[in-house]
Write a protein that binds this ligand. Structure first.
Ligand code: SF4
Length: 319
């Protein structure tokens, strides 16, 4: 039996999972929507990965989690590694492209930039506030123009004269877009203009003051959009690499970290039939009134966090 490692990247919008072997080769992978229910999403994810994985050949021996619900899912899956998104993405990307210096990431609701030197993160920035540079913004604009998200990037590449779009924020961008369409700009030019504005918005916000050096890897859901990739190449003057598994890099990164941890425990994928619930409780022992999150497996408390001091610690029922 060969050893395998599971990585789960659970965000507010999407849930990604990969199973890798000793050589970091992906043996099972899935991407699905979190739908506001991280535990439900992970149960669905695991049943899909279980079906994909050749279980006669591979046994998962360690689990890693990342993403905004990493702690919760780390508890549920008894993960050996729980890491933030920056570390997970950096490790995942350097495992594919060891020479990478700059990672651009644009997801459904946020974006980040990570600068790497000799395989180590030297600087990063995240943007979760401005919607104008995200996948959700691009898909809503594609919809407004009557173009499917899949054709959006390809159509942008046919433009000879991208329209200038004021895209510093979604409200400006939307009204400018309507205006430009009304005065007769071609659809492909407006779309190419939008891709350009997403990129300039990104470089002027999350990329502000950052020294962008090649090789550059672009990932996250928006990296599938060829128009945005081209706009990045035009703006930086460097080629931009998009990996076919670029949307899974966070999950890949924590799977690699789980492998490196050398802590092994057989994982059976069998949490689908176990009932997990979370409950919020206010500590109330001082004016901070910390909100404490309690996680139960069946009716047993398995973990709790959110307390800023020991007075608010809630004891686990099991180790
Ligand atoms: S956990 Fe500590 S800091 Fe938070 S409300 Fe309770 S006593 Fe106050």
């Amino acid at each position: 039996m060969n050893k395998a490692y599971l990585g789960i990247d659970i965000g507010s919008i999407s849930t990604k999972g990969v199973v890798i072997d000793e050589n970091n080769e992906i043996k099972a992978k899935e991407y699905l929507w979190t739908e506001g229910n991280p535990i439900g999403a992970v149960k669905r994810l695991l049943s899909i990965l279980k079906d994909q994985l050749d279980q006669e050949q591979y046994q998962v021996v360690a689990v890693g989690t990342t993403g905004s619900a990493r702690k919760l899912i780390g508890v549920v899956t008894e993960a050996t590694v729980v890491k933030n998104e920056i570390t997970a993405h950096a490790i995942g990307t350097t495992s594919l492209y060891p020479e990478v210096r700059t990672i651009f990431e644009i997801g459904g609701q946020d974006s980040k930039i990570i600068l790497i030197e000799n395989g180590i993160v030297v600087d990063y920035a995240m943007n979760t506030l401005c919607a104008a540079g995200t996948g959700a913004f691009l898909s809503s604009q594609a919809h407004r123009l009557g173009v499917g998200v899949e054709e959006f990037g390809k159509l942008a590449l046919t433009s000879k004269k991208p329209t200038q779009i004021a895209a510093r924020c979604t409200v400006f961008a939307e009204s400018d877009l309507v205006h430009k369409a009304q005065i007769g700009h071609k659809k492909e030019d407006i779309i190419a203009g939008l891709c350009k504005s997403v990129v300039s918005n990104y470089l002027n916000n999350v990329g502000k003051g950052k020294k962008i050096l090649p090789p550059i890897v672009f990932q996250g859901g928006v990296s599938k959009n060829e128009g945005v990739k081209k706009a990045f190449e035009d703006a930086t003057g460097y080629p931009v690499i998009v990996d076919p598994n670029g949307h899974l890099t966070g999950a890949l990164g924590v799977a690699v970290l789980a492998k490196k941890s050398k802590v092994e425990k057989e994982f059976t994928f069998d949490i689908a039939n176990i009932e997990f619930t979370t409950q919020g409780a206010e500590c109330g022992k001082c004016s901070n009134n910390c909100e404490i999150i309690c996680v139960y497996r069946e009716d047993e408390l398995i973990d709790a966090w959110g307390n800023k001091c020991e007075k608010g610690a809630i004891k686990k029922a099991i180790a």
